[in-house]
Design a protein around this ligand. Sequence first.
Ligand code: TYM
Length: 337
Amino acid sequence: MKTILTGIRSNSALTLGNYLGALLPMVRLANKHSDEYQINIFVPDLHSIISDVDGDLQKNIIRTIKYYLAAGLKLNENVHIYRQSHIPAHSELCWILDCVATMGETSRMIQYKEKSKGQESCNVGIFNYPILMAADILLYDAEYIPLGEDQFQHIELTRNLAMRFNHRFGAEIFTVPVSTAEQVKFMGVSDGIRIRDLLNPEKKMSKSTVAENSKIMLDDEPAKAAKKIMSATTDSIGKIKFDMWGQPGISNLLQIEALVTDAPLQDVIATWAGQTRYGDLKKKVAESVSEMLTIFQAELAKISDERVYELLEDGEEYANRVANAKLLEAQRAFGLR
Ligand code: TYM
């Protein structure tokens, strides 16, 4: 069986961007394909500690898993949930891949450049982040990795490391994930998803942005979230058109509407094309988001911590088994075993 794998860091409550860009596509894919694929959903908690954690990391980890369940993830024997730090093979393979990756290619990662801003005081984990991410993926021979667009460069790096490793040892030790263009097709979206900051739609919506009205958090009161949509920045063109460069604010609202209501983006674009009243669009999106949050938060409240720990116990047993077997192959290739 092929594997679909993804993860979301648990540094804080998640934004609507994380939800629409990564969590929901994963849940929809998992529910559609869990008879034919292994579905691995994990919390990259080692990736969390590269930066400050908002609140208690342990609690955040459990809440992140609850988010998947509240978003409608259906469980069966092919769906596995685990925590990265409970599978030691991730850190071990990361070191091995560190010795395969080059400083040049790793320094070119946009996320590293943005997060480090060239400062020498930036921690080494920020630099090493994509290599650990490659280990997360390659240990499980994952081919499909549903992610937001900001992570595509890391997928390409993972592909390069897998190909280089296999070539070096003349064996297909790692499965090479499909290209980002194929990932997008598999996710069933027309392009990579990037939900924009509501006030500065040139930027992505991010947990770390200070301005409250820039982002919608999954634990926002639905009425408060609706207000944030109503105050979103648009433009002075006065005609609704999907154009991420020319009208990023309006395009963002159309994108959010399509994802929240599970409608094809093209249909939503066609419904609103040429209309002139931005207020009507905002009102509709505000209603859709507030309805979605109401249902989501009610589901979240029903899931107990005990249920999550039960799932983790099973998932981590599976993950250690699969990951250790793959790690051994990589260790043998280098002559470490
Ligand atoms: P993280 O927690 O930074 O981001 C989690 C997911 O949310 C997506 N995302 C967005 N999508 C659309 N619009 C936005 N505004 C937006 N903001 C965030 C990100 O693209 C991502 O999919 N490095 C991963 C975590 C990770 C991982 C892995 C994922 C570690 N190892 C292995 C897959 C496989 C990350 O970005 O987490």
